[in-house]
Design a binder for this molecule. Sequence first.
Ligand code: VGL
Ligand code: ZN
Length: 220
Amino acid sequence: MIPGARDVLLVIDVQVDFLPGGALAVPDGDAVVAPANRLLGLFPHAVLTQDWHPPGHVSFATSHPGRAPFDTVPLAYGPQVLWPEHCVQGSAGAALAPGLAADRAELVIRKGHHPGVDSYSAFLEADRRTPTGLAGYLGERGFTRVVLCGLATDYCVAWSARDARAAGFEALVVADAVRGIDRDGSLAQAWTEMAAAGVGRITSQRIVGPGFHGEGHTAP
Ligand code: VGL
Ligand code: ZN
């Protein structure tokens, strides 16, 4: 594919806390930075997300006495996985990865800022009712296709990709530019659910600049 005017790159949660050494490190998470940077150079339009929780957020295990990280608790809006404290608003861990070529991004959407509601998705919070505003923004900008990369495949990337489809966008996940947490088989399940929702899968080598006419082929 050659990214065009109706395509937007959505870079999910490439933040210090999700990289090796971070509070909620995704295995091999730093491997997404190089392909994400290449894509940021190829797409005419890009939006980033930042997981952005207030202290004491409901998704933190420390907010639930007697519970441990990676437990699941029932909340009013459904089951919630509990996480180590991560991406606290304004903290060093919440910053975008220092190596991310974020300057060309046109919007940074922060999510998970309501104290009692988590938001894996860049579009719709975990109560499945509260929009972030991203669908309206992308629609008003005239985008029709969302291409996703970042962290984590099985949580914020998968939920965002499925919600992009639900909001009427085409959605493609760049398989080599994402990494997963893989808790209890969540990674395989996420790919299955994304496929069922009509989310496509592409590799970053198939995304090229406008001057590209295909290796070994002659330009028409
Ligand atoms: C994420 C768990 C908790 C993610 C964010 O970015 O995938 N996962 N908060
Ligand atoms: Zn979070």
